[in-house]
Design a protein around this ligand. Sequence first.
Ligand code: SF4
Length: 399
Amino acid sequence: MTLLDTTGVRAAGSEGEALLDVRGLQRHFPLRKGLLRRQYAAVQAVDGVDLQVRAGETVGLVGESGCGKSTTGRLLVRLDEPTGGSNRFDGRDITHLSQRQLRPLRRDVQIVFQDPYSSLNPRHSVGQIVGAPLRLQKVQTPHGTRRAVQDLLALVGLNPEHYNRYPHEFSGGQRQRIGIARALALRPKLLICDEPVSALDVSIQAQVVNLLEDLQSEFNLSYLFIAHDLSVVRHISDRVAVMYLGRIAEQAPRVELYDSPMHPYTKALLSAVPVPDPDEREARERIRLTGDVPSPVSPPSACRFHTRCWKARDLCSTVTPPLLEVAPGHQIACHFPEPATPEATAWAHASSDLDEQVRGDAAAAADLERRLAEGATPVTIASGTDAGRGARRGSSTSG
Ligand code: SF4
């Protein structure tokens, strides 16, 4: 048995260090048919996600419904098995650990679910629900499990006397607090918060968000905060990652992302956020995306956003834009980013050059895609490296 100090704070690694480091994470769900259940296609729910969460940091993960946010969260806690990529937690590769090997890790990574109604067993009392992680992990607390659970209930703003009550006796906000208490029972380092407030009333949302912030400062927790409400994400996050159809489109520090988004999709998403000031609302340009989100079974080629992007050119449908850094801490996957920095402007100009060079030339496009994936930038390629010359050569032979 392990002795857990329910009042103590567990260190979450040194500050600034990546507690969670995800590279190329992938989850394809096979679609099968026929007597032999042959696979004929796959739902590419998550397709090459790169994400880092540092100790004590909150990273917001946003995007439209169905873009793969929740699947990513489930992969990170290994409630689902990834089909590709790597997942390192606290310096250790946990991508392919067995359920037995994962057991100790469950103490460090916990999840808060979206629906506070279905995520609690209605047949179990609050004491059983919140105390379950302690019993499953065979954790011995200084004053017994009952006392530890009551401390946890008090910590999340519930009455410790409600130990024997059942979930149906609580409101939605109180149930979410029970879910948070359960997630905190083992003093985790990282909490995956999967839309923790979207099922709650607005006033209750604020209370739960404030509670999460208080707990973070008290226990040095790290959060991956998954949500589609951009206002909530802006309030709570240090950094924000934007997902589109299973891939990260842009990630940046919060203020930078909200004040000067560079990816067209981020720009469109932010333009839809309601603004209370009527003057500001009048002055703001609303970008309306046309068409529906494409199916993840057969996503568009190269940049998956090209079917809805008003800036799309030939290059966008032939060469996948890699997620590259255009400013310190600001990464985007776009050939023609919005010109928020001189680097992004130079980048867009270089991409225009490359667009001319690879147009209609599949070999040149493939060569360019490979070099971008290897870490080259459009600027270096367009300004005369081998790839640029290769692309130009390909273009001239085809033309
Ligand atoms: Fe739009 Fe092209 Fe950028 Fe994709 S790569 S977001 S299609 S400009």
